[in-house]
Unconditional design. Structure first.
Length: 280
C-alpha cells in the first residue's frame, strides 16, 4: 500500500484533530505505558486472529503498532498493515519495524480504499470504537477482506464492567459534573452492546459473529504518584475545563483512587472487554 493524500470522512474530522494532535502525541509519548496497561488481553486476541504463514492482516487503529508487530513476530510468513489517524503514534510504530514485513499508513478506515479482498484478517485492539459511522466502516472493512476471511477485534464492554474508567470518571465528576455520552456516540463503549453490534456487522456482510467476554486487570503505573500523573495527562481535555482549584481537587481525587489500588504489582484496576470474531 502506498502513501497517498489522506482521505477522511467529514464526520471524522474531530477524531483526526484529536488523534493527529495533542491527544495522539500524548499516546505516542507514553506508548509503553499504554501498551502495558492492556497487555494481558494480547494473548487471547492473537489467538483469535490466528494468523497463518502467507496471510495478510489489517490492524485497524493500530496506534504505536504493537498488535501488528506481535502478529508477524509470532507467524513467520505473515504480513501486516497497520492504519491509524495519529501520525505521532505511526512514527513510533515505524521506528519499531526493523526487518519485519509490516507497513504503517495514516488512514481513516471508515473510507480508505484498502483494495477489494486484499486481506485475510481484520484485527484491532480497542481501535474500532471511534467511527462516526460504524456501519459504513465495517462495510468498508468487509470489502477489504477476502471471502472466508476473518475479523478479530477487542472492544470495551460497558461501564459496569470497567472499574478503571468508572473510578477515574467518578473522581472527575465529583469536581466537574457531566452527563455520560450517548450510547451510540464514538468512544470507549460505542461497541459494548452485542445486540447493536451484531446487527451492524451482519448488515455489513460479516457472518458467524461471536462475542466472548474477557476480564483482566489494567496497569496504570508502578505507584500512585506516577499513575496519577499519567492519567491527568490522559484526561487533559477534562482538566482544561477546570479552574486551578478544581484541577487540584480532581487530581487529589484521582490520586486517592490510585492509592487505593496500589499493590506490589503497581496500580491495577479491573476491566472488561468483548473479543468479537466473525467471518466474511
Amino acid at each position: 500500500m502506498n502513501d497517498r493524500t489522506l482521505q477522511v470522512d467529514p464526520r471524522n474530522v474531530g477524531q483526526l484533530r484529536d488523534w493527529d494532535g495533542e491527544h495522539g502525541a500524548y499516546w505516542a509519548e507514553h506508548a509503553d505505558t499504554y501498551e502495558a496497561s492492556a497487555a494481558r488481553y494480547q494473548p487471547a486476541l492473537l489467538s483469535a486472529i490466528g494468523a497463518q504463514p502467507g496471510e495478510r492482516v489489517l490492524d485497524v487503529g493500530c496506534g504505536s503498532g504493537r498488535l501488528a508487530l506481535d502478529v508477524v513476530n509470532g507467524t513467520p510468513g505473515a504480513t501486516a498493515v497497520g492504519v491509524d489517524l495519529s501520525s505521532a503514534q505511526l512514527d513510533i510504530a515505524r521506528a519499531r519495524v526493523g526487518d519485519l514485513p509490516v507497513e504503517f499508513v495514516q488512514a481513516d478506515a471508515q473510507v480508505h480504499d484498502f483494495g477489494r479482498a486484499a486481506y485475510d484478517v481484520v484485527a484491532s485492539r480497542t481501535g474500532t470504537m471511534f467511527f462516526a459511522d460504524p456501519a459504513m466502516a465495517f462495510v468498508n472493512l468487509a470489502r477489504a477482506t477476502r471471502p472466508g476471511g476473518r475479523l478479530a477485534i477487542l472492544v470495551w464492554r460497558g461501564i459496569d464492567a470497567n472499574e478503571w474508567l468508572r473510578e477515574f470518571m467518578g473522581a472527575i465528576r465529583r469536581v466537574l459534573p457531566m452527563e455520560p455520552p450517548p450510547a451510540d456516540a464514538p468512544g470507549p463503549f460505542a461497541q459494548s452492546d452485542p445486540s447493536v453490534v451484531r446487527g451492524i456487522f451482519e448488515d455489513a456482510g460479516w457472518r458467524d459473529v461471536a462475542f466472548v467476554a474477557h476480564d483482566e486487570p489494567m496497569l496504570f503505573g508502578p505507584d500512585a504518584d506516577r499513575a496519577t500523573t499519567f492519567m491527568v495527562g490522559q484526561m487533559a481535555w477534562l482538566f482544561a475545563k477546570l479552574d486551578l482549584d478544581g484541577k487540584r481537587r480532581a487530581e487529589a481525587n484521582l490520586h486517592d483512587v490510585m492509592a487505593a489500588h496500589q499493590s506490589a504489582d503497581g496500580v491495577q484496576l479491573g476491566s472488561g472487554a468483548w473479543l468479537i470474531t466473525a467471518r466474511r
